[in-house]
Design a protein around this ligand. Structure first.
Ligand code: PEP
Ligand code: MG
Length: 902
């Protein structure tokens, strides 16, 4: 039964049978070769072995049944089409065997060229090439070298040494000076190396060469570097690679041959016009090896105008067909152009916006598609400051751009030194081999973090991203010597206190201080660049696409802000209200003393006095915010954190009291404070006396805040403004908690508001799992819900939010337990399910219930798509992320397929 099923399975596709939408099965390269073949473009004939064949091979350790026969059949038809047989001694067909996975993994897997050459067909190849013996023997030695290294794991250096030896014997440094005899000798030497390492002769049978090469490509899927690359790029490990068997064409047959790569527009800036490089009389691998310098593609026009014109025509055709920037690889064999590869090309964030805008102008795509082609991560990148690199700055190393931004500062090697220097007002870059949780304080103090080891999910990378701090990880050219307080790179030794600059977007490291440029996109959002009147293609494209996103989105975007300044900035960035005004920050600084009085109050009178002193201060806070957000809703959350956060830490207080007592000073007040701190101490403060619990325990606290909010709204309304307050109760887990607060609040509001026309809504956060699960009951007492996904994640997973990211998330990411921190992007299956249940049951109980989210997830691109899909009314995020949320909300509205592919 099983055997029958596998026999029926189709594992091999002729190029004419595939198309660009079959990337899962044929890999990106195979699918696009098929597409170009079907467009009638000059693609060397060939076939693709599917990713399914690779997966079957990798699971069972042998080629699946039926594969060998299908390869045979496709090979025969290829031979018929080419009029040549694989490895025929007189007139050989040669093929290349190339990897090609669904997602591009440049250079990570294997390729073998010139398969089909052996001691006899090398002569036939020479005849095909018009008696060019040198070319034929050079091709043969390349096969043995690539085959030996890739298929049989012969150490590559041995071949390199033999080549160097041949050049030394000839008295030259240039490969091209070796003649046919030298290369024939080199083939002998290579064969000996091959036999020494493998215990067998170099295989002369062409079909055996082919089968072994295919197997080697399958196996290269699991090569260490490929596995690491996938992990970094978050490419699933189980996709497998396809294998493309393509008839060889040669760019090294003389001056009328050559090879090149090109982009249909500039992938850096998006500017129109072709960009490419060409190398005459060479194969693609020579370009990679940098043996000779390439020339700009435009020079091909002088060398071979016919091919150049044909190439330009093909590139235009590809752009029109793919409706996007394409990159290509091509070869010219004696004046005949061949297309070896195309794909929708990678581009920078800036180019993504610019090109999307251009394609709309050109009528190739509409604005919905343009919006689909960009994403919030790219927009966020464009909002970071950048290095101004128009001076003489050359990077000395390149690591992984682990957390974007641009940072310059003095090098330090320890966390303690980072903290010290930062306290003196210095900018520092913390340099480590890798970081661990003990480095946390240093990471907080530093402007940027640079490590010589570790990828995008290393401790340094994850923690830095969480903090929004610039980080370059895995810069492995750096030799870091922490005890000596130095690192060496590219011949330089850098010591503590020397200045370096790191670019967390590109991963580049520079010596000295590189000037930093503000982001033009931020200037545009801030209103200081007018897109209609400046000649800046990027700003114009961003403006156009953002405008379209705003028109398309259903989700509103609010901001989390608790000062007038933040509110004003967020409004310029497009916020349509405040979704979370945390009031706890308003009790810090000078006001701590009033909080202490409140906590230490020995009777009702003293407590009321403290609250009465706080009331006008709170009212002034709210007036400022309501004014900035004139006419827009402002959700004010009643005080949430445990009150002892406003008191001095226990240890410090205990020491102070002991010292003062020793000196015989009067410490009555300190003693009372210490007793209060002891009384209020909690083992798990996050799960203790906070949120609504505080409001129920400390009489008058919430009442004072409610009164301040209502009075502020009335004051603004009296001045002709419009305040729309929404009072939000934190940490509710049961409807009875909310009902109690609500009853008291309603009385105060009615009394204060009178006939001023001010309307005040009362709602709750949904951040305790029990609240989500009893949302139907809670909705009876709430006019709105705002999901506090930070606490909901903390309590849903049982992860202490202040501890776990530094403590062990890096390991969870490494093990793939999750692909991204659940505090960063909503865990749709678990925490997201709680959101979904609460949204549905809340709305069922109270149609029209207003639903929003104010946890960190409100500004995360993938999470925004999730909240759109669940049907929330708005997301709320930090001011800087408002544009990202607007863009993603627009993308979510036009897309049913979720966020863009890589
Ligand atoms: C939340 O829990 O998601 C939230 C917004 O509240 P905080 O982060 O202040 O606890
Ligand atoms: Mg919370």
């Amino acid at each position: 039964m099983a055997a029958q099923e596998t026999v029926e399975h189709k594992y091999v596709y002729d190029f004419a049978e595939g198309n660009k939408d079959l990337k899962d099965l044929l890999g990106g390269k195979g699918a696009n070769l098929a597409e170009m073949t079907n467009l009638g473009l000059p693609v060397p004939p060939g076939f693709t072995i599917t990713t399914e064949a690779c997966k079957a091979y990798l699971t069972t350790g042998r080629e699946p049944d039926g594969l060998a026969g299908q390869i045979e059949a496709h090979l025969e038809s290829l031979e018929r089409e080419m009029g040549r047989r694989l490895g025929d001694p007189d007139d050989p067909l040669l093929v290349s065997v190339r990897s090609g996975a669904k997602f591009s993994m440049p250079g990570m897997m294997e390729t073998v060229l010139n398969v089909g050459l052996n001691d006899r067909s090398v002569v036939g190849l020479s005849a095909q090439a018009g008696g060019n013996d040198r070319f034929a023997w050079d091709s043969y030695r390349r096969l043995i070298q690539m085959f030996g290294k890739t298929v049989c794991e012969v150490p590559g250096e041995e071949f390199e040494h033999a080549l160097d030896e041949a050049k030394r014997a000839k008295g030259t440094k240039n490969d091209l000076d070796l003649d046919a005899d030298d290369l024939r000798g080199l083939v002998d030497a290579y064969k000996q190396i091959f036999a020494k390492h493998t215990g067998r002769e170099f295989p002369q049978e062409p079909r055996e060469q082919l089968d072994l090469a295919i197997r080697a490509v399958f196996e290269s899927w699991n090569a260490e570097r490929a596995v690491l690359y996938r992990r970094q790029e978050r490419i699933p490990a189980d996709l497998g690679t396809a294998v493309n068997v393509v008839s060889m064409v040669f760019g090294n047959l003389g001056p009328d041959s050559g090879t090149g790569v090109a982009f249909t527009r500039d992938p850096g800036s998006g500017a129109q016009g072709i960009y490419g490089d060409y190398l005459a009389n060479a194969q693609g691998e020579d370009v990679v090896a940098g043996i000779r310098n390439t020339v700009p593609l435009q020079e091909l026009e002088q060398l071979d105008k016919t091919s150049y014109d044909q190439l330009l025509g093909i590139m235009a055709r590809l752009e029109e067909h793919y409706k996007d920037l394409c990159d290509i690889e091509f070869t010219i064999e004696r004046g005949k152009l061949w297309m070896l590869q195309t794909r929708v090309g990678k581009r920078t964030a800036a180019a993504a916006f610019v090109i999307a805008g251009q394609l709309v102008d050109e009528g190739l795509i509409d604005l919905d598609e343009a919006l689909h082609r960009v994403n919030g991560a790219q927009l966020a990148q464009l909002m970071f400051p950048r290095f101004q690199l128009d001076h003489d700055f050359q990077p000395v190393a390149k690591g992984i751009g682990a957390s974007p931004g641009a940072a310059s500062g003095k090098v330090v090697f320890t966390s303690a030194r980072a903290v010290e220097l930062a306290a003196e007002g210095e900018s520092v870059i913390l340099v480590r081999r890798e970081t661990n949780p003990d480095d946390l304080n240093g990471m907080i103090a530093a402007k940027g973090i640079l490590t010589s080891r570790g990828g995008k999910t290393s401790h340094a990378a994850v923690v830095a991203r969480g903090m929004g701090k610039t980080c370059v990880s895995g810069a492995d050219e750096l030799e870091v010597n922490v005890p000596a307080k130095t690192f060496t790179v590219a011949g330089h030794t850098v010591g503590e206190g020397d200045v370096i600059s790191i670019d967390g977007t590109t991963g580049k490291v520079y010596l000295g201080e590189v000037p930093v440029m503000p982001s033009e996109v931020v200037q545009y959002f801030e209103g200081s660049l007018d897109p209609e009147h400046i000649d800046n293609a990027l700003v114009r494209a961003v403006h156009r696409i953002m405008t379209h996103a705003d028109g398309a989105r259903r989700l509103r975007v609010r901001t989390n802000a608790d000062t007038g300044a933040d509110a004003a900035r967020a409004r310029r960035f497009g916020a349509e209200g405040i979704g979370l005004c945390r009031t706890e920050h308003m009790f810090l600084g000078d006001r701590r003393e009033l909080v202490e009085r409140l906590i230490l109050a020995s009777g009702e009178r003293e407590r009321e006095d403290a609250l009465a002193a706080l009331l006008p201060l709170q009212r002034a806070d709210f007036i400022e915010i309501f004014r900035e957000m004139d006419g827009l809703p402002v959700t004010v959350r009643l005080i949430d954190p445990p009150l002892h956060e406003f008191l001095p830490p226990l240890e410090q207080l205990a020491v102070n009291v002991a010292v003062a007592q020793e000196r015989g000073e009067d410490v009555a007040k300190e003693e009372a404070l210490l007793a209060a701190v002891r009384r209020m101490h909690e083992e798990n403060p996050m799960l203790g006396l906070r949120g609504v619990r505080l409001g129920l325990v400390i009489p008058g606290l919430f009442a004072m805040q409610v009164r301040a909010i209502a009075e502020a709204a009335v004051a603004v309304a009296r001045d002709g403004g419009s305040a729309c307050p929404e009072i939000m109760v934190p940490l509710v887990g049961a409807v009875q908690e909310l009902e109690t607060v609500r009853a008291e609040a309603e009385k105060i509001i009615a009394e204060v508001v009178g006939d001023s026309g001010v309307e005040v809504l009362i709602g709750t956060m949904i951040e305790v799992p029990r609240a989500a699960l009893t949302a139907g009951q809670i909705a009876e007492a709430a006019e709105f819900f705002s999901f506090g996904t930070n606490d909901l994640t903390q309590m849903g997973w049982g992860f202490s939010r202040d501890d776990v990211e530094g403590a062990f998330f890096w390991r969870y990411l490494e093990l793939g337990i999750f692909g991204i921190s659940p505090f960063e992007s909503i865990d749709a299956d678990g925490v997201g399910r709680l959101v979904r249940i609460a949204a549905e049951e809340g709305r069922a109980a109270r149609p029209g219930l207003k639903l929003g989210v104010c946890g960190e997830h409100g500004g995360d691109p993938d999470s925004v798509h999730f909240f759109h899909e669940v049907g929330l009314d708005y997301v709320s995020c930090s001011p800087f992320r408002v544009p990202v949320a607007r863009l993603e909300a627009g993308r979510a509205a036009i897309s049913t397929t979720g966020s863009d592919s890589r």
